[in-house]
Design a protein around this ligand. Structure first.
Ligand code: TYD
Length: 132
C-alpha cells in the first residue's frame, strides 16, 4: 500500500522535546496545515479518499487509529507518537477512529482545500481505484 511512516526529527532537551516538520520532511510541497481536536469519544473522522492530495498525519497528543484501504487491501495504523507521522498518498480511502481523550491529529497537506478532490462515497472509490 502506498503509505509510509516517516520519522520527524526530534530535539531532546531536559527542558522538553521539540520536533520540526519542514518541507523536506515530507515528499511534497506543504500547502496547508490543519488539525483535529476535541474529538468526542467514539467519533470517526475521514471516510474519504483524495484524487490528488497527499497528506501527512501526526498524533501531536494522544492516539488514534487510521484504517486504510487502497481498493485491494485494508491496513490499520495506530498513531501515538509526536515524532513520527503517516504519509498517505492519493487514491487511498482512510477512516480515523479510536481517538483517545484529548488527542490532537495534525494534518500536513500537499494541496489547499478543494472539495472536488474528495471521493466521499466508498462504492465510487472502489470504482475509481479499479479504473486506475
Ligand atoms: P473533512 O475533510 O471531511 O474532515 P475529516 O476528513 O477530518 O472528517 O472536512 C470537514 C468539514 O470541514 C467539511 O465541511 C469541509 C471543511 N474543511 C474546510 O473548509 N477546509 C479544510 O481545509 C478542511 C480539511 C475541511
Amino acid at each position: 500500500m502506498n503509505i509510509q511512516i516517516i520519522a520527524i526529527p526530534k530535539i531532546e532537551e531536559r527542558r522538553g522535546n521539540l520536533s520540526v516538520i519542514e518541507n523536506d520532511t515530507v515528499p511534497f510541497d506543504i500547502k496547508r496545515v490543519y488539525y483535529l481536536y476535541d474529538v468526542p469519544s467514539g467519533a470517526e473522522r475521514g471516510g474519504h479518499a483524495h484524487k490528488n492530495l497527499q497528506q501527512f498525519l501526526v498524533a501531536l497528543s494522544g492516539s488514534f487509529d487510521v484504517v486504510l484501504n487502497d481498493g485491494k487491501e485494508e491496513k490499520i495504523v495506530t498513531l501515538n507518537k509526536p515524532y513520527e507521522g503517516l504519509l498517505i498518498n492519493s487514491g487511498i480511502w482512510r477512516e480515523l477512529q479510536n481517538f483517545s481523550s484529548g488527542s490532537v491529529c495534525l494534518v500536513v497537506a500537499s494541496e489547499v482545500y478543494i472539495e472536488d478532490d474528495y471521493i466521499r462515497d466508498f462504492d465510487q472509490f472502489k470504482n475509481y481505484s479499479t479504473r486506475k
